[in-house]
Design a protein around this ligand. Structure first.
Ligand code: FAD
Length: 473
């Protein structure tokens, strides 16, 4: 039977498509069903990440940063730019072209690895069967020994600020503005809110971010988070903490937002409002109940340590199972699952998941913050290396930020590395490796770093843990 597969993956985002490719490489007859449709109704593999998340947001972040640096840093390098011009349509077209290139690449990878890519909707029927409904409405029933749910997540909507696709938008809408709004409101100072707010702020929108929590980036070491907040504020991002939004109403010309801060009610109007208050699992019309796949109280698919759901032969990976809702976490889970199905022993190390906020300067971290380490009962020692003392950062005119090492004072083991600064998303890989290899401060201190590089600041920070840095004053 041609529609009988060893593995059928539902969802072709960063969790699903690598799972399908790895399964095929391991000898399974594999299909991957994906429902994504872009705004122009063209189907595309790659899920949220490639079409409306990681990649398009980073394309705009890069463009907006270049624009900002030309305006604010070029003169310091002795470069006169004349009057800078901003062609937003071209910037958006570049972003779209990058996404298109990468999503097209997945089709090629499927072909090269003999994965059957099916564009349309997948629904669990039970008894090892999946209904595939193509975008043209044709349906067929696939049989599979193993079924993988990788259906991802969608933005959380707020009843008090309903999306209208015009003035009140989600993160996808915020990547598609055709004009730079003069004033922009953002509800939520999480990773996505801060990234998108910073893009439009750099392009000239007067941006206010309203965050209900009293602390900025509570998941990040608070010394680093406070430093990041200082840098962002200096750039003109107006981040208001403890600001609880009560309502947002779209009018013809703008959005009126009512919120409360410090017991005081305030009203503000914006040209556009981005609601970025988190993401929730997407299992709509999946047939989870029909197939006996249990969901938890928040709608995430329940899995065990081997990604098995409550239904035999059905597994789940990626955003839809919760945890860190990050593309690389989904990729690792998808690949680990494919290898497990082939009888290999694999493991995802959830203690070393890298996290990045792609602002300028960037914020990046892995492992515990000082607060978390103390809560867990560690006797903590720390070292904080400022980029202001780093030759490469100075030469780049980007010396804002610091690296903080959090270590166990008794064992010398590194527990976490939290940073704000230039390209710390790249420096993070070394910190992740240190955690993966259970490195001590001594290990990192004895590792030679090239000069002059930004990575020297990681070295400097670890030397500072035990007070033996030579460049500290
Ligand atoms: P998704 O990428 O959501 O893919 C799921 C796919 O399944 C979709 O294509 C969907 O259409 C399809 N699907 C759903 N139901 C069905 C069905 N029944 N049948 C067929 N197909 C179905 N993460 C990072 O790591 N780094 C970043 O820089 C980053 N930036 C982000 C920026 C933004 C603005 C956003 C919104 C997210 C960002 N993320 C980032 C998060 C990242 O996009 C997600 O963690 C990642 O896409 C999750 O992958 P996934 O495969 O689990 O789900």
């Amino acid at each position: 039977m041609s529609n009988a597969y060893d593995v059928v993956v539902i969802g072709g985002g960063p969790a699903g498509y690598p799972c399908a490719i790895r399964a095929a490489q391991l000898g399974f007859k594999t299909a991957c069903i994906d429902a994504w449709l872009n705004r122009d109704n063209t189907p595309a593999f790659g899920g949220t990440c490639l079409n409306a998340g990681c990649i398009p947001s980073k394309a705009l972040l890069e463009s907006s940063e270049l624009y900002h640096r030309m305006q604010h840093e070029a003169a310091a390098h002795g470069i006169g730019t004349g009057k800078l011009e901003l062609d937003l349509a071209k910037m958006q077209a570049r972003k779209d072209a990058i996404s298109k290139q990468l999503t097209g690449g997945i089709k090629q990878l499927f072909a090269a690895n003999k994965v059957t890519g099916l564009q349309g909707f997948g629904r669990l029927l039970g008894n090892g069967q999946v209904e595939f409904k193509a975008h043209d409405g044709k349906t067929e029933v696939l049989k599979a020994k193993h079924i993988v749910i990788a259906t991802g997540s969608e933005p959380v909507s707020l009843k008090i600020a309903p999306f209208d696709g015009e003035r009140i938008v989600d993160s996808w809408g915020a990547l598609e503005f055709t004009e730079v709004p003069k004033t922009l409101g953002v509800i939520g100072a999480g990773v996505i809110g801060v990234e998108l707010g910073s893009v439009w702020n750099r392009l000239g929108a007067k941006t206010v971010i309203l965050e209900a929590l009293p602390n900025f980036l509570p998941m990040v070491d608070q010394q680093i988070a406070k430093e990041a907040l200082r840098h962002f504020t200096k750039q003109g991002l107006d981040i208001r903490l403890g600001a609880k939004v009560l309502s947002a109403k779209s009018g013809k010309k703008n959005v009126t937002v009512e919120y409360e801060v410090g017991g005081e009610s305030r009203t503000e109007t914006f040209d556009k409002l981005i609601v970025a208050v988190g993401r929730k699992p997407y299992t709509k019309d999946l047939g989870a109940d029909v197939a006996g796949v249990a969901l938890d109280e928040r709608g995430f698919v329940k899995v065990d340590a081997h990604y098995k759901t409550s239904a035999p032969g059905i597994y789940a990976v990626g955003d839809v199972i919760g945890g860190a809702m990050l593309a690389h976490k989904g990729i690792e889970e998808g690949v680990a699952l494919a290898e497990q199905l082939a009888g290999h022993h694999t493991q995802v190390n959830y203690k070393a998941v890298p996290s990045v906020i792609y602002t300028a300067p960037e914020v990046a971290w892995v492992g515990l913050s000082e607060e978390q380490a103390r809560e867990k009962g560690h006797e903590v020692k720390t070292g904080v290396g400022p980029f202001a003392a780093n030759g490469r950062a100075k030469a780049m005119e980007q010396a804002a930020g610091s690296i903080k090492i959090i270590a166990d004072a008794k064992t010398d083991r590194i527990l976490g590395v939290h940073m704000v600064g230039p390209y710390v998303s790249e420096l993070l890989a070394e910190a992740v490796l240190a955690l993966e290899f259970a490195a001590t401060c001594e290990d990192l201190a004895l590792t030679m770093h090239g000069h002059p590089t930004l990575s020297e600041n990681l070295h400097e920070a670890v030397l500072l843990v035990d007070g033996r840095a030579v460049h500290a004053v």
